[in-house]
Design a protein around this ligand. Structure first.
Ligand code: ATP
Ligand code: MG
Length: 592
């Protein structure tokens, strides 16, 4: 097919849109792929729509090839199934809720576990029906707090979601592995630079979970990878290696010390080194136990304080904490909250008052490094005083542990630790483009999806859930693949196979280009043909570079001598090619 720039519904912009912070957003708007309709809500223009559909085609082909079957659900959904799983409430402000004319409650689907589960329940009843994997490519709605970066974080976006249904864990593992393989093929075909990282399964529950992250410095997902082994994990999913318990025989009794004006870790460490120097080494921040208070806001509207004890050299990481307490949301502990708890001496809070069985009654969770026998300097619950040689397990016990302390470059790699190697972690950023996880029985239980097993006994089905974001992928690919001049599409997703530019005023050049366009079309190629009269060659070249079709053919003065220029958008390589060879050369470039 031929897309003629003289009539194509496209206007490229010379200026960057004011609201675009990241390159993919800037370029997709400037090159005429998308237009903003509202925050986080975009319209696709012809070129953008073609790219999105190309991404969807690749996803669809690989899902079909792995044996998943495509279905299609409504986006407008009734409340009841989401009530049964408590997600009507748990989803919080991210859910678009609406009422019909009779006052009935509806929502715009943010994800469709409930609907798939109920559909299978509706039609299947025996182990013989399983396994089955179903998928859809559907518009999803989430009222994201911070819609961002164009298509990267939309409030309306496209998702491929699939769900596997199996009779047992072995079956689920097989379905999970099949999805994982399909995802690898999909992202490879899309020409994406990506990494597979261990992940938390978040609000969904379940166990094994991995994310596919596009490598991108603008990504919102920070992950860590090992500098020596292939361990990579989302920061939320990192499990800190727990040191062995230590013996505290012969440890001195805990003693309270005056530490005036030491409300911060640094002032405390400085004071200790002056007033109570250690013999073996100077005091360090990680000798102290910092107790941080937050307020948890639960989906049912209740609030409860939480105290988190971390080694003083580390901050509490908001994202890690958030992932641990989900679906509750973390809010700051305000002055008013302090007023309600006079036993908390701000800046000097210690395990002396924390814990469900203790004076404050505040749940107290500590970092996994706070093992039995470890010794700490921490708040004595009086302004200006700290307690030294406080031994975990002897002098205090927490209500449990929590993985909320920040993970830092240089930290021991958990996989290497286990294997007795000494790898350390480094940090990198990416964009989550896919997520696979073993959901287990959570939804099947909530919605009572059971089938008869071989012995005629009813068993609960076990499920996997697998997402890909095609619209986010359009932006992620653009983020991965652009230069100062514009976009550089990988073959599979490019809106056209070749961009043919006719330059100058000579009618013969335009006629020759027209003829070439038709021949390329006959080869089954999609030709973006710049046939605009009275547009300068400079503007046309700039547009071709901005639009980013991987092969550019220029019909210019050389045409008189039977020569066309063929350019590779990615490498910048150019060659003068005789007319007789142009078609073959372009076909070769496109088909490989
Ligand atoms: P994030 O952590 O980025 O908010 P998520 O973990 O909530 O994403 P999932 O529920 O796992 O997302 O959804 C599956 C896929 O849908 C994601 O891997 C991503 O590719 C895509 N996706 C999720 N939210 C958005 C969004 N707001 N805009 C565009 N794509 C999205
Ligand atoms: Mg996810």
């Amino acid at each position: 097919m031929i897309l003629r720039l003289s009539t194509l519904f496209l206007r490229t912009l010379r200026e960057d849109p004011a609201d675009a912070e990241v390159p993919s957003h800037r370029l997709l708007v400037r090159a005429g792929y998308v237009r903003r309709a509202a925050p986080g809500i975009y319209s696709y223009l012809p070129l953008g729509w073609r790219v999105l559909r190309n991404v969807e085609r690749v996803v669809r082909e690989e899902m079909d090839a792995m044996g998943a079957q495509e279905v299609h659900f409504p986006a407008l959904l009734p409340r009841e199934p989401y009530e049964a799983t408590n997600r009507w409430t748990e989803y919080g402000d991210n859910l678009f809720r609406l009422k019909d004319r009779k006052g009935g409650d509806y929502l715009l689907g943010p994800t469709h576990e409930e609907m798939f589960t109920l559909l299978v329940k509706d039609l299947y009843s025996s182990y013989k029906d399983l396994p089955v994997s179903l998928y859809q490519i559907q518009t999803k709605y989430r009222d994201e707090a911070r819609p961002r970066a164009g298509l990267l974080r939309g409030r309306e976006f496209v998702m491929k979601d699939s769900y596997s249904f199996d009779i047992d864990q072995a079956g689920l593992q097989a379905s999970y592995d099949a999805h994982r393989d399909a995802y690898i093929r999909i992202f490879d075909r899309l020409g994406l630079s990506y990494v597979i990282v261990q992940a938390m399964s978040g609000a969904m529950g379940g166990s094994a979970s991995e994310e596919f992250l596009a490598n991108a410095s603008v990504g919102e997902d920070t992950y860590v990878r090992c500098t020596t082994c292939d361990y990579a994990a989302n920061v939320e999913a990192v499990r800190v290696p727990t040191p062995p318990a230590q013996s505290y025989d012969g440890a001195p009794a805990a003693h309270v010390e005056d530490t005036p004006d030491t409300p911060t870790i640094q002032t405390l460490v400085d004071h200790l080194n002056q007033a109570l120097p250690r013999e073996d080494r100077p005091w360090a921040a990680d000798d102290t136990l910092k107790n941080v208070l937050v307020m948890l806001h639960h989906p049912d509207g209740t609030r409860a304080p939480l105290a988190i004890g971390v080694p003083g050299g580390r901050e509490v990481d908001e994202k890690r904490l958030g992932a641990q307490v989900e679906p509750a949301e973390v809010e700051p502990f305000t002055d008013k909250d302090f007023e309600a708890h006079p036993e908390l001496a701000k800046g000097y809070i210690g395990p002396g008052v924390l814990g469900e069985d203790n004076k404050s009654g505040i749940r107290f969770l500590v970092d996994p490094r706070v093992v039995e026998g470890s010794r700490w300097v921490t708040g004595a619950d009086e302004s200006g005083r700290h307690v030294v040689d406080l031994v975990a397990g002897r002098d205090f016990t927490a209500d449990g542990t929590i993985e909320a302390a920040e993970v830092r470059p240089g930290d021991t790699c958990p996989a290497c630790e286990e294997a007795g190697r000494d790898g350390v972690l480094e940090s990198a950023r990416g964009i989550e483009v896919g997520h696979i996880f073993q959901l287990g029985k959570k939804y099947a239980e909530a919605l009572d999806l059971k089938v008869l097993d071989e012995n005629g006994k009813l068993v609960t089905v076990t499920m996997g859930s697998y997402g890909i974001g095609p619209s986010r992928l359009v932006a992620s690919i653009a983020e991965n693949s652009h230069d100062d001049l514009g976009l550089v599409w990988p073959r599979e997703v490019s809106p056209a196979d070749v961009h043919l530019v006719a330059t100058g005023k000579d009618a013969a050049v335009f006629e020759a280009a027209e003829e070439l366009a038709r021949e390329l079309e006959q080869q089954g190629l999609t030709v973006l043909f710049d046939d605009r009269p009275k547009v300068s060659p400079g503007v046309k070249f700039k547009d071709a570079e901005l639009i980013g079709v991987p092969t550019i053919v220029v019909a210019g003065r050389g045409v008189a001598d039977g020569v066309f220029e063929v350019k590779d958008r990615a490498t910048g390589e150019r060659a003068d090619v005789p007319r007789a060879d142009v078609v073959a050369q372009v076909v070769q470039a496109v088909r490989g």
